[in-house]
Unconditional design. Structure first.
Length: 66
């Protein structure tokens, strides 16, 4: 488990910014569960708990400038 500063990935940043609102809205219209809060815990509890702990124990370089 990573604790502390996360190293940023330019590739992942660009991909996150370019994934369109249309694509997310289509997924949401097809799958009513898509994007809802708490569904991750139901579908894959181990991964959900890991991600929650990871997010609380590590921080990005961009968080330093906020």
């Amino acid at each position: 488990m990573k604790i502390g500063l996360r190293t940023p990935s330019v590739k992942k940043i660009v991909r996150a910014k370019t994934t369109g609102k249309v694509k997310r809205s289509v997924k949401s219209s097809v799958n009513p569960i898509y994007g809802k809060k708490g569904v991750g815990l139901v579908r894959n509890p181990k991964k959900s708990i890991y991600n929650k702990v990871y997010k609380k124990t590590s921080f990005s370089i961009f968080d330093l400038f906020k």
